[in-house]
Design a protein around this ligand. Structure first.
Ligand code: UDP
Ligand code: MG
Length: 317
């Protein structure tokens, strides 16, 4: 088979209801593109029939390659596995839930052929819940100010990358990574194009409120030391305020006698508790970074691949 020009990478986690339509539409679009291509689907430990559907589809379509994880490692680990397996010059990622219409892929590819390293996409009329959109808005804002990479929509996984960028991504074996941001750090020429966004066809979003908070925290701590510096700033300011409060208390004690100072104890308590809070917060934050270093030095594999399936046949990786 000819070397593919375009590789499509799709993470799949419990998407049995969306897969048949996704595979059908993807096939039509890619055949229409007129370039050699491959589609890599990474089964991220689905507990439904996703794997069977994928396996069955691969026996009919030689352009499909299925990577099967031994358990759930998360969307980004799945995309990384797809990246490592991708052979195309242009690598496109998208979600399996049909929120990113496969029909938009040729637009991205065309833009890439103009010589960009990364082509992102901005979702026009995003079809998500109000809560989900608000969360994304905050994440986008904080992310661009913390990382200094100015893009409009980090959450949209419908993106295209050049092979070199993907290679660099794979080489930086970080544990917790947010692919769009990381890619933009390494890419020379970046652009964004508007794409359509659809309602999640079937099934539920795999991101809960807690998972989103976790993601934001990951983003900030894995891309900058700003929280450490902010904590130091808060610490210094608190200390200065505490000194000021002490001066006021001493002055009051000297000028107005000990009666006044007794009621001052409560102020002192309040200050003390605040201080303890800040201290605990700092320790926690330091722990986060230390934990991160610990995770990095262990160099654990980020995922374990059970099988690779092509033409309906299982191979060991
Ligand atoms: N996904 C995955 N592993 C996970 C969670 C999600 O591979 O642990 C996949 C999921 O199948 C989908 C994509 O990542 O293809 C995006 O997930 P989802 O649609 O739930 O996220 P949202 O659209 O709410 O951001
Ligand atoms: Mg979705």
């Amino acid at each position: 088979m000819a070397e593919p020009r375009v590789s499509i990478v799709i993470p799949v986690y419990n998407e049995e209801e969306n897969l048949p339509e996704l595979l059908r539409r993807m096939h039509t679009v890619m055949e229409g593109l007129g370039k050699p291509y491959e589609t890599i689907l990474v089964n991220d430990g689905s507990r439904d029939r996703s794997l069977e559907i994928l396996k069955e589809a691969s026996s009919r379509d030689p352009a499909l390659r299925i990577i099967d994880f031994n358990r759930n490692y998360g969307q980004h680990a799945a995309v990384f596995a797809g990246f490592e397996a991708a052979r195309g010059e242009i690598i496109v990622t998208l979600d399996a839930d049909l929120q990113n219409p496969p029909e938009e892929v040729p637009k991205l590819v065309a833009k890439m052929e103009e010589g960009y390293d990364v082509v992102g996409s901005v979702r026009q009329q995003r079809k998500d819940s109000v809560f989900r959109k608000a969360a994304s808005k905050i994440i986008n804002r904080v992310t661009s100010s913390v990382t200094g990479v100015q893009l409009h929509d980090y959450g949209c996984m419908l993106r295209a990358y050049r092979k070199d960028v993907v290679k660099t991504l794979c080489a930086s074996q970080e544990i917790s990574t947010f692919i769009p941001v990381l890619a933009d750090l390494f890419a020379g020429k970046i652009t964004e194009i508007p794409v359509a966004h659809a309602e999640r066809a079937r099934g539920e979003s795999k991101y809960s409120f807690l998972k989103l908070i976790r993601l934001q925290f990951d983003l900030i701590t894995s891309f900058s030391l700003l929280p450490l510096r902010a904590t130091m700033f808060i610490g210094v300011t608190t200390a200065l305020l505490a000194m000021l409060a002490a001066a006021v208390l001493i002055a009051g004690r000297l000028l107005m006698g000990s009666d006044w100072a007794v009621s001052g104890i409560f102020t002192l308590f309040a200050g003390l508790f605040f201080f303890v809070g800040v201290l605990l917060f700092s320790i926690g934050l330091l722990g986060e970074y230390t934990g991160r270093i610990y995770m990095e030095v262990r160099r654990r594999p980020r995922f374990v691949i059970r099988h690779v399936i092509q033409n309906g046949e299982e191979r060991h990786p």
